[in-house]
Design a binder for this molecule. Structure first.
Ligand code: 5GP
Length: 209
């Protein structure tokens, strides 16, 4: 039986380490997951390249893409736009791939509305203090931006219950494996349900021939 792929949506507080976890998952299980690359109007950070971490667009380009209905979802995050390109998701889902979206919460909940069976995973550090430390130590944002991101994190706690699972990131390796196990179990479960339904209907049809 052909397994349908899983659309995984990973969100988490900024600084939770989800980018590192996703990178590790793609290294460890290269045949199992495809990463969707988002578009953003944010400026590239040092070492980031167009088409790898993001498609870096101007605000005008982003808005044009939005008007063409080119995004599955888009959101404004701390003064910049971020969006998930539609074509890639549709192509890969049709092929049955497992796709990872690494997007913030507003976008994740938007994806859930369009794809009811999306698997929403929330990544978090163990506590607030660790989150703040990680953001400060990362050194990629000024204090004002960090303050905004922490403020947003507190607001986001109200939506965590809408996720299928919460992953506490104490260790990248463990978190990557935990997520992989969640996905594999989910696939098994879906396969089992599909098999049960097919079997049930087949028996009904035989009984009513
Ligand atoms: P950063 O600027 O740190 O790369 O990303 C900021 C936030 O935007 C992160 O939480 C990231 O997951 C989220 N993000 C990245 N791409 C997308 C996207 O396509 N859509 C949405 N809604 N959020 C995104």
């Amino acid at each position: 039986m052909q397994h349908k792929g899983i659309l995984m949506v990973m969100s988490g507080f900024s600084g939770a380490g989800k980018g590192t976890i996703v990178k590790r998952m793609l290294e460890k299980y290269p045949d199992q997951y495809k990463l969707s690359i988002s578009a953003t109007t944010r400026k590239p950070r040092e070492g980031e390249t167009h088409g790898k971490e993001y498609f870096f667009l101007t605000k005008e380009e982003f808005i044009a893409r939005m008007k063409e209905d080119g995004f599955v979802e888009w959101a404004e995050y701390v003064g910049n736009y971020y969006g998930t390109p539609k074509a890639y998701i549709e192509e890969e889902l049709a092929k049955g791939s497992n796709i990872i979206l690494e997007i913030e919460m507003q976008g994740a909940l938007e994806v859930r509305k369009k794809f009811k069976d999306a698997l929403l995973l929330f990544v978090t550090p163990p506590d607030y203090t660790t989150l703040k430390e990680r953001l400060v130590n990362r050194g990629t944002e000024d204090m004002e931006t960090i303050r905004k991101r922490l403020n947003r994190a507190v607001k986001e706690t109200g939506y965590i219950e809408q996720y299928n699972n919460v992953i506490v990131n104490n260790d990248v390796e463990e978190a990557a494996d935990e997520i992989h196990n969640i996905v594999m179990n989910e696939m098994k479960l879906r396969h089992k349900h599909a098999e049960f339904i097919a079997n049930f209907i087949e028996q009904y049809n035989d009984d009513n021939e």
